[in-house]
Each structure stands twice: as structure tokens, then as C-alpha cells.
Design a protein around this ligand. Sequence first.
Ligand code: GDP
Length: 138
Amino acid sequence: MSNRTFTMIKPDATSKGYTGAILDQIIKAGFSIKAMKWIKLSHAQAGEFYAVHKERVFYGELVDFMSSGPIVAAILEKDNAVADFRTLIGATNPANAEEGTIRKRFAASIGENAVHGSDSDENAAIEGSFFFSGLERF
Ligand code: GDP
């Protein structure tokens, strides 16, 4: 079990001014920030990040959305980071997310769902390395 995960605060949440409140909830839940940047993905970069979803019907919409505005990318540390962060953010569709989760509080729809959280230790490492060099993580 690794103790790091990777997150993005997505363009819907940054544009609505939720960045501070989401970071506050993440930190209060016991995660510490090991790397962080405010960045806007190009269409090609968003397509590469989500290449695993290439065959899904929503891939085009997802890539358009994720390159539509700035995001916050971050590497987070905590015991059991991947699973605990998925619990903190809630279900993919905010309509099904538990009360108090980040997606329940801040997301509008299954597509524009405020935050990303890695689904495995392996993907957390791959996704963190997509955004951060060794010099940018602590
Ligand atoms: P996650 O692990 O909870 O983020 O969910 P998935 O890995 O299944 O999907 C990745 C991302 O694709 C989600 O967080 C959504 O932003 C987006 N997504 C998933 N399902 C849909 C959908 O039905 N429509 C659209 N537009 N986007 C979706």
C-alpha cells in the first residue's frame, strides 16, 4: 500500500471559485500536499492524460472539458491515500455521492464533477509523473 495519490481540481470547480474550499477540505481530512501546480492543459495534453478512456462515448466531451480552463494538479500524502481520497471525493456522479463528500458539495454533473482522484497506487504514480518532475515534489 502506497501512501500517495494524485488529484486535480477540475475546470468547473476552479471557475466557480471553489479551489480554496476544496483544498481546505482535503487538508482537514489529513492529506498533506507534496506537489501542486495551477495549470491549463492543452487539448492534446488532456487527451493524453485520459487516453485510457479513449473508447468511452464521453471521451471527446471529457477532453474538451478538461482543457476548457485552469486546473489545480497535486500529489497528496496520507496513510491509505488512494482509497481514503476516493471516499473523500465520493461517487463519480454527484447525484450518487455521499453527503459531505467533495463531489456532493461542489460538483454539478457526472462529467463536470469538480475533482479527480487516482483509482490505484499504480495510476497515482503514473498521473503524478505526468505533471511533476522529481524537482517539483517533496
Ligand atoms: P472517476 O474515477 O470517478 O473520476 O470516474 P471514471 O474513471 O469512470 O471517469 C473519469 C471521468 O470521466 C469522470 O471523473 C468524469 O469527469 C468523466 N465521465 C465519466 N462518466 C461520464 C459521462 O457519462 N459523461 C461525461 N461527459 N463525462 C463522464
